[in-house]
Write a new protein. Structure first.
Lengths: 334, 286
């Protein structure tokens, strides 16, 4: 059963068997180990995972934002064009217009010595060929679109003159300046207070409605993912272990890790004694576990799990899980 | 859970913590903690919630005099900690310990776990005879759910959750009565957070510790606190039993905070206020 078979539409972004390997003192570290993901136009997908899951690396790889010493295998196709192995020119053409990205730390994403306006206008002039005055007009409109009041004045301010939340709005304005088809947001609200976060999340949803762009939202926060996304890909130790419509995955997880993650979350409990930690520690970067990488912490693992790495298989239309016992887990029988 | 009858063990009255801020050539005073009062009993958890810049971490430090409060009083079992001299304060710290957010910064990398946990006995000689250190270290490790083999290890290979449990074991070495916990699990993954929270709450039940728990995580606070104080701009804007505050928040800031918590939100419908809503914004920390 192919979850997307019913859709004739070619996926906007098609990531197939992606692996990302970093060199390190202790030998190569495989941060992403065979990830398959498909994103359709206008869709919003959350990549949910804890530290070491490879969620951020997956997001960055889709933009070719991976250093030259890093080895990428597999395939990332954007509208049918291959990104893996593409040269800098092709990547540059893709970034911004095809796929754009917003990062967690907005201070690192902006140049401190130029005003916000000049950075926005530069993108519009260089990449869109706008005239000076058109670029100015469009920059003002973009700042307005991301909820910055008095944009004519704010244009002349430097990044440090903005609060964290406002700076993230500026980064979003820069990311959407070239009208990308896909926006990848990598933990964009993690550094922000909740009241600021709520505004940014609402902004992203509104922009998605207004522009029809697809959204990949990389996060560790189950509740933020639920608010933002239609579909979720749960990652663990460099692999996607479960995908599906987010409400269904949360209601009836088909992978023991997804289920354990939800049971460990405070919002699922009514008293601390109902908090169920996942035993053991998170996945190690350097040690590759034989079989399923979750099996050492998995409450329902068997001997088979220690030797045989489970493939990602459909469990229901639109839902897949990489667990030997996915169907039993889904039905709550295991 | 707290017994309502018991006398408070710690009483903080009108505590103020000012800092001098230099803006250009002007020097002004900024009150990070601006007249805070509360009390807490043995076995009770008071959570202090607020956003960055609200003054909650400064308050935690001021209670233990890790910064010198400008005015007010912190009374532990009837003694004003702010009136103590350095030696007396050092002795008082046996009873009031602090746990910090970052378990990577708080453990010495070149000391074994056993050395780290027994360090307080070195600082406070005469508490525990040297011959009993090893046994007590193992006992403390057991209390925080770590295997005895960890005693001889260095913190390097330990995970964040394990490090934080070592930090808790060290804090318990002096058998304190009050723990001030400054975002003790916010640097940890959620699946690991739960381990540390369960350790902390079991210890509280077992030992009757009083917890001042600083946090920005509203769903977590609901599970662990008896009472919650909502802090904004250096002040408590609302204090109450945790269920009362969550089900019927009185102060507009509490309402805004709860209304923006992703765990409590149903959808992202509704307007993004943009950069207006100044009444909700905090002053920056100096």
């Amino acid at each position: 059963m192919n979850p997307t078979a019913s859709l004739d539409q070619q996926p906007l972004l098609d990531i197939a068997n992606l692996t990302v390997t970093f060199p390190s003192e202790h030998g190569p570290v495989r941060a992403v180990r065979g990830v398959n993901l498909r994103l359709r136009g206008g869709e919003s997908l959350a990549i949910l995972g804890e530290s070491g899951s490879g969620k951020s690396v997956t997001g960055k790889a889709a933009l070719g934002l991976i250093g030259s010493r890093v080895r990428l295998t597999g395939s990332i196709r954007f509208e049918g064009d291959e990104i893996v192995g593409a040269d800098e020119n092709r990547l540059r053409a893709l970034r911004g217009r095809g796929i754009a990205m917003v990062f967690q730390d907005s201070l690192d994403s902006l140049n401190p010595v130029y005003t916000v306006g000049s950075q926005l206008e530069e993108i519009l002039r260089v990449r869109m060929g706008r005239s000076r005055s058109d670029a100015r007009r469009e920059a003002i409109a973009l700042l307005e679109q991301v909820g910055i009041t008095s944009p004519e004045t704010r244009l002349h301010h430097y990044p440090h003159q903005f609060s964290g939340g406002m700076r993230q709005r500026v980064c979003i304005a820069m990311a959407i300046a070239l009208r990308p088809r896909v926006l990848i947001a990598d933990e964009p609200t993690t550094a922000l207070d909740v009241t600021v976060q709520a505004g940014i999340l609402r902004l992203l949803k509104r922009l998605q409605r207004e522009t029809g762009m697809a959204l990949i939202f990389v996060t560790h926060d189950l509740n933020v993912a639920r608010l933002v996304a239609d579909r979720v890909a749960v990652m663990y130790a460099g692999r996607v272990v479960e995908t599906g419509p987010i409400d269904e995955v949360y209601r009836r997880p088909a992978h023991p890790y997804s289920r354990a993650l939800m049971h460990s979350h405070p919002s699922a409990a009514t008293s601390w004694s109902e908090l169920h930690p996942i035993p053991g520690n998170g996945p190690s970067k350097s040690v590759v576990v034989a079989g399923c990488s979750f099996h050492p912490r998995c409450p329902v693992a068997t001997e088979r799990c220690a030797s045989e790495d489970p493939p990602m298989l459909a469990v229901e239309p639109g839902r897949s899980s990489a667990c030997h016992y996915a169907e039993e887990v889904l039905r709550g029988e295991r | 859970m707290a017994s309502v009858e018991s006398d408070p063990i710690l009483v903080v009255s009108d505590l103020r913590q000012e800092f001098v801020v230099t803006r250009g050539l002007r020097r002004t005073r900024f009150a990070a903690v601006d007249g805070v009062s509360f009390s807490i009993s043995s076995g009770e958890s008071l959570a202090i919630v607020g956003e960055s810049g609200s003054g909650k971490s400064t308050l935690a430090r001021a209670i233990l005099r890790l910064v010198e409060p400008t005015s007010g009083s912190v009374s532990y079992r009837g003694r004003d900690l702010l009136a103590l001299n350095a030696a007396q304060m050092r002795a008082a710290r046996r009873d009031l310990q602090m746990i910090f957010q970052d378990p990577y910064a708080s453990l010495h990398p070149r000391r074994t776990v056993a050395d780290i946990i027994s360090e307080p006995w070195r600082v406070h000689p005469g508490i525990l005879p040297r011959t009993e250190w090893d046994a007590r270290v193992l006992e403390l490790l057991h209390q925080v759910g770590l295997p005895p083999s960890y005693a001889a290890q260095f913190p390097g290979p330990l995970s964040g959750g394990e490090r934080q449990r070592v930090a808790i074991a060290r804090a318990l070495a002096l058998s304190p009565e009050v723990l001030v916990l400054d975002e003790p699990v916010s640097a940890l993954d959620v699946s690991i957070q739960a381990q540390v929270i369960r350790v902390l709450m079991s210890l509280q039940q077992e030992l009757g510790l009083a917890y001042v728990f600083i946090s920005h995580d509203l769903s977590l606070v609901r599970l662990i606190a008896d009472r919650v104080a909502v802090m904004s701009k250096g002040r408590f804007v609302e204090v109450g039993d945790v269920e009362d505050v969550y089900t019927a928040p009185q102060h507009p800031y509490t309402q805004a905070l709860l209304g923006a918590d992703p765990a409590l939100m149903d959808s992202l419908d509704g307007d993004d206020p943009g950069d207006i809503a100044p009444e909700l914004r905090e002053r920056g920390t100096p």
